[in-house]
Design a protein around this ligand. Structure first.
Ligand code: SF4
Length: 290
């Protein structure tokens, strides 16, 4: 479906709609806070689409990339080439975290996401390039606007930005992260069309056939993709191996035993990508959707 579509009910312009969403939830013009949007920028195509839409909207925002220390060098270089991106560095690298946690990150315990990739924006209105078409799970869990709480069952998810929903979002008393996802209903073609139209070259890894820009050795990727990325970046593979060695040494030093029983996410999800619970133990998958 193209970005501008002629329907029986008239023209649908997805770019215009996304820009209106950005404006409609703007924290400053709505008087919710003095700080502008905190826009997460990963260096992937969805992030680029979001970046361009924010530029077109003229709405104040901070474009922030959370460096994970395991981003592909191509991604790091690409992000550095984009003007106005603030690069935020973590307190600990992936290698230090592995030793500290005593376990490598896994699908069930992807502590690296919260400690490295999803840092920052505390108390701010966050905007992301999350889209429903990325996974079936996202379709069922994510919305145009969300108030994300520690308890997943309390989460507020709005599917559109009509006046009533906006008021509900803005006045909601729940303590949590306020997130706006302006391109939630876009598909891949929409994203590429926008990037092409605005002359955005995008991350060079796409040209080499990558369909997703992720961290090197990410446990959320398939086994094959993990192996491929570690083979492609042998220095990172060595760094992981060194970190595992140090991790084992530390476990012995502090008497940290291996348990046979493995913990599982209570939601029983196969991929933990959407679990917002702490350390991979979200209570339930229910949430309030409007
Ligand atoms: S994307 Fe993967 S490797 Fe990167 S921080 Fe998240 S779980 Fe960890």
């Amino acid at each position: 479906m193209p970005l501008i579509e002629q329907t029986l009910e008239g023209k649908i312009n997805k770019v215009k709609i996304a820009i209106e969403r950005i404006k409609n939830f703007c924290p400053i013009t709505n008087g919710f806070m003095d700080e502008p949007y905190f826009v997460g920028y990963s260096g992937g195509k969805d992030s680029d689409a979001l970046r361009i839409l924010f530029e077109l909207s003229g709405v104040k925002h901070d474009l922030v990339h959370n460096h994970t220390t395991v981003d592909a060098p191509e991604t790091v270089n690409y992000i550095r080439s984009i003007p106005n991106v603030e690069i935020s560095y973590p307190k600990m690298s992936m290698w230090e975290l592995i030793v500290k946690k005593g376990i490598p990150p896994t699908r069930q315990m992807r502590y690296c996401c919260s400690e490295l990739k999803e840092r920052g924006g505390v108390g701010r209105f966050i905007s992301t390039g999350v889209r429903w078409s990325e996974s079936v799970k996202r379709k069922s869990l994510r919305g145009l606007a969300e108030v994300q709480t520690r308890k997943v069952e309390n989460k507020l998810t709005l599917l559109n930005d009509n006046a009533e929903n906006r008021r509900l979002f803005e006045t909601c008393q729940l303590k949590g992260r306020r997130v706006v996802n302006p391109i939630i209903d876009w598909n891949d073609e929409d994203v590429w069309e926008l990037l092409k139209h605005h002359g955005c070259k995008s991350n060079p890894l796409y040209e080499e056939g990558s369909d997703r820009i992720g961290c090197i050795g990410c446990p959320l990727a398939s086994k094959q993709k993990q192996i491929e990325s570690l083979e492609r970046y042998p220095k990172y593979k060595e760094a992981y191996l060194r970190a595992f060695e140090q991790m084992l040494k530390r476990r012995l030093e502090i008497g940290m035993m291996f348990e046979k029983k493995t913990s599982r996410c209570k939601c029983r999800c196969k991929e933990m990508e959407e679990c917002t619970g702490r350390d991979g133990f979200p209570a339930t998958r229910t949430s309030t959707r409007f």
